[in-house]
Design a protein around this ligand. Structure first.
Ligand SMILES: Nc1ncnc2c1ncn2[C@@H]1O[C@H](COP(=O)(O)OP(=O)(O)OP(=O)(O)O)[C@@H](O)[C@H]1O
Length: 286
């Protein structure tokens, strides 16, 4: 192994530097995932327990040592169960970062599929829903087929139209609960259940509809549109970030951008704040 330098009795090689750098990146990513969540407190709890265990061993307290030793034995399993949500997010994050732009065959082939997304029916439907204070949750996907989520609802595979969207979200409709999925320019499914975000920074006035929109945007490359039943406000959610109380022209612009944009790099995503556009108190809509 080619040596780089010595620090006292320590011999440092290139591979050690790479090793330390990789561990730092991993720890930083883990920290970003657990920051602000209850998982961080559990992690600190584990760390404190481990320190106590080391002290107990060093001071040779036999009884406590045996008890803590048993606990440490199942520690990995306990951590897997307790941190399952974070481990899942971490693996998803790794998977997402590994998708090199243009080199991801599956994404490339999907992106080049010929289909049109009709934006006008969506905008027209959003206007009616917003004016009538009817709740709506629409997921638009350009890369993922969202099969897992489509299966939780009713498969439609219908042509996208304003009338159909309004019929689905009509409060009397049996399909109005849950999300509508638009994949490859068609309404793939309605009444779908989305994963709910655990983000603690979501404003208190945003309930499960917004949490579900945020949740799916954290784990897939989709654009989500939400109409609030309480306020009629339209929000656009992407990459775990919410822009709320948007005008219809802004929503149209966001959909256009989403459809035409290349996939954002993880760095670009991280630079953005959670709530890109905090609504001004008397924002004028439409
Ligand atoms: N996991 C989920 N997946 C999809 N849709 C969901 C999910 N959870 C709740 N919803 C939808 O959200 C509705 C409840 O919205 P809720 O009032 O809690 O949310 P909100 O974010 O405050 O929105 P609003 O401003 O419209 O009241 C449900 O009737 C259902 O249609």
């Amino acid at each position: 192994m080619p040596l780089l330098f010595h620090i006292g009795f320590l011999e440092i090689a290139w591979v050690d530097i790479i090793d330390i750098a990789l561990v730092s990146v991993l720890l930083f990513q883990l920290y970003k995932l657990v920051k602000g969540t209850v998982a961080l407190k559990i992690f600190i709890g584990f760390l404190v327990l481990y320190l106590i265990f080391l002290i107990v061993q060093a001071t040779q307290m036999k009884l406590l040592s045996v008890i803590l030793d048993q606990f440490m034995g199942v520690g990995v399993l306990a951590a897997l169960i307790l941190f399952q949500q974070e481990i899942r997010s971490f693996l998803l994050l790794l998977g997402k970062s590994a998708e090199f732009q243009g080199f991801d065959f599956f994404k490339w082939s999907k992106n080049n599929k010929e289909y049109d997304l009709k934006i006008t029916p969506i905008i027209d439907a959003l206007k009616v829903l917003s004016d009538e204070y009817t709740g709506g949750l629409i997921v638009i996907s350009k890369t993922s087929d969202l099969n897992n989520y489509a299966e939780t609802g009713d498969l439609l595979d219908a042509e996208l139209s304003k009338r159909l969207l309004l019929a689905i979200f009509n409060k009397e409709s049996p399909l109005h609960d849950g999300a509508v999925l638009i994949v490859e320019g068609r309404i793939k499914a309605a009444r779908c259940i989305l994963p709910v975000s655990q983000n603690p920074n979501l404003p208190a006035n945003m309930g499960l509809r917004h949490r579900a929109a945020l949740g799916i945007s954290e784990v897939t490359d989709v654009l989500v549109l939400v109409v609030s039943e309480q306020t009629g406000h339209i929000s656009v959610i992407q990459n775990g970030k919410i822009s709320t109380n948007l005008m219809l022209s802004e929503v149209r612009q966001r959909i256009n951008l989403y459809i035409s944009a290349e996939i954002e790099t993880q760095e670009e995503k991280d630079k953005k704040p959670l709530s890109e556009e905090i609504p001004p108190p008397q924002a004028i809509k439409h």
